[in-house]
Design a protein around this ligand. Structure first.
Ligand SMILES: [Fe+2]
Length: 270
């Protein structure tokens, strides 16, 4: 399921949201005039190649916002088959080379200069989690901010440290970004119009207002939220595959990934 999102005040540049309904995952293709940037691709790579081809914008950059625990990333392979530059956050720990380090303030350079894509380090869900700010108007938030929750901080690293980092990250985004910045999340729940023509998105001010209990600086509150929340199926195997420590037969991807999205903490909605 794909939806287009026009970047405010940028003619000729757009974001295409690709929703994978079975997993509640969203990935993105940022189309500039002559090139495309793919963010958080699943292992179903044909779709990205097809969409970029239809747009007449070959894929030149592929980015993972973080090391995914709930699905097998297609980023490394997509970059390899298209010749695109692969960008990963080194703090998430990868056991292979050949990628460009994605760190705070990294700018993804596109030839036409229509789109400014700036990386923001947003740790918490993982130590190396990154978000992407496009023309100061749109935030691709990975698994840091969802439209009604935040990324769970207990899948990689210590819960206490990660929960504190995530709280600080969210406050920083709320404080520093324009309140009308549109959030494009890495996951979505059933409360949204999954089959709608438009993308699943909301202004960051709306997201801030929706999130209360899930965005707490108190580790005890976070511990209480995650203690009864099952972890994604096979998440340790998936982390090994995505970090390059294990390989995966493509025919096995769907079986390994089976099960619902369990990357988020849902919020208390006001
Ligand atoms: Fe995640």
């Amino acid at each position: 399921m794909t939806s287009e999102f026009q970047i405010p005040n940028v003619s000729g540049g757009k974001v295409i949201q690709i929703r994978r309904l079975s997993k509640g995952c969203a990935s993105y293709i940022l189309c500039d005039r002559n090139e495309s940037v793919v963010v958080d691709p699943s292992s179903k790579m044909e779709e990205y190649v097809r969409v970029a081809g239809e747009e007449g914008s070959p894929i030149t950059h592929v980015i993972d916002t973080h090391k995914h625990a709930d699905h097998i990333s297609g980023a490394r392979k997509l970059a390899s088959i298209t010749g695109a530059q692969l960008h990963l956050s080194p703090e998430d720990g990868y056991y292979f080379e050949g990628y460009s380090p994605l760190v705070n303030a990294t700018s993804i350079g596109l030839e036409s200069n229509l789109m400014e894509i700036k990386a923001i380090h947003t740790p918490g869900h993982t130590r190396g989690s990154m978000s992407l700010l496009i023309n100061d108007r749109v935030l691709i938030s990975g698994d840091t901010l969802f439209l009604d929750g935040i990324g769970r901080p207990d899948l990689q690293g210590s819960l206490e440290e990660s929960a504190q980092q995530l709280y600080s990250t969210c406050q920083k985004l709320f404080d520093e970004l324009d309140s009308e910045t549109m959030v494009l999340p890495g996951h979505f729940g059933p409360n949204f119009d999954l089959m709608g023509i438009g993308p699943i998105t909301a202004p960051i001010s709306v997201v801030q207002a929706r999130i209360r209990k899930a965005n707490s600086s108190d580790p005890d509150v976070i511990r209480e939220l995650v203690c009864n929340l099952p972890k994604p199926g096979n998440y340790e195997v998936i982390l090994d595959i995505n970090s390059g420590r294990a390989s995966c037969d493509p025919s096995m991807c769907d079986i390994i990934e089976e099960g619902p999205n369990r990357c988020g903490l849902s919020a208390e909605v006001r």
